[in-house]
Design a protein around this ligand. Sequence first.
Ligand code: PLP
Length: 379
Amino acid sequence: MTTFNTPVSAAVAKTAGGRVFNFNAGPSILPEEVIEQMQRDIWDFQGSGFGILEHSHRAKWFQKLLDEAEARVREVGGIPSNYRVLFMTGGSSSQNYMVPMNLLKPGNTGDYIVTGYWAERSFDDAKNIGIPAGTPHLAATSVDQRHSYIPAESQIKYSQGTSYVHITSNNTIYGTQWHRVPIVPPGTPIVVDACSDIFSRPWDVTKFGLVYASAQKNLGVTGTTIVIVRDDLIDGSRTDIPRMLQYRTFAKEQSMPNTPPAFSIYSVWLMTDWIRRQGGLKAIGELNQRKAALVYAALDERSDFYICHARADSRSLMNIVFRTKAGEAADKRFMEYARQRGLEGLAGHRATGGMRASLYNAMPLEGAQLLASVIRSFQ
Ligand SMILES: Cc1ncc(COP(=O)(O)O)c(C=O)c1O
């Protein structure tokens, strides 16, 4: 028997554009003005007389767009000229094998800090590369507490002669996030899977050797994976692997050794402009802090009723993973209660159960406010 403490007929909240709030983990919410621009550009891109989906990637319009997309990624992310910005395909998942294939030197190790499902995938794929790559090494894992925390420096055991240290900056499924850059052996590049928190807060990219993120959470629509990689890592990478698996191929051919995921790159071009207009990473970071603080405050206030999966010091600002203490049936009722009020996409991943609220860049403050009030009012 479902019980609600506010009437089921309570008005469904809507975004400014009259839609519901979408908390899905990815593909995920986009800014409404970006979607409206896409609608226009699908019909006629920049007065060319036909739409962005129909343009040749070798035509001048697309070349200009690609140049600008790269320039905007550089501007928003503060990316210096000794880093390459690549638009690749295959999702963040394909970086799980590209990173070790390119960077893991024979006789060396690659150190992995495993803080969740996706980090586990990265480590497992690296193990499958085989000769002549080096050996992946498990430097730390949070599996002992169901990936509810980010390991402290004292828990990380780096190996000798490591080619890189791999981390997952935000653990989408478990709702934890790195709030520091790990201290690694001097000169060791840090490789970051930033799939679910790229460009969500200020950062210093020069602390990292290679960063990758597929676009479908904070940067646009699914299709392209952005790889930001330092020149020297490309120069030193292996040449005895297939051409399409080498970073240097994408660097040399400006991300177009074959037909690129044009619409997804176009979406990044729009999103980076949108981020700029919001005030860049500083303003976006402040807003993301505010949104997450609202939701966590509501959960903490009702800690008699809800449990957050993440330990307080490791909480993600992007994915808030929680459940009711009353169990699965109550979780389902919560989601239904939220859905009836205009909040969609709150189902948690099967690994954690319960709920997950994704508060990516495009989620307006109103969405977080509404979620916080629904968390408070549900019984
Ligand atoms: C942190 C993280 N890494 C990797 C992936 C896999 O990304 P893709 O589906 O683009 O391969 C995801 C997907 O949600 C993710 O959240």
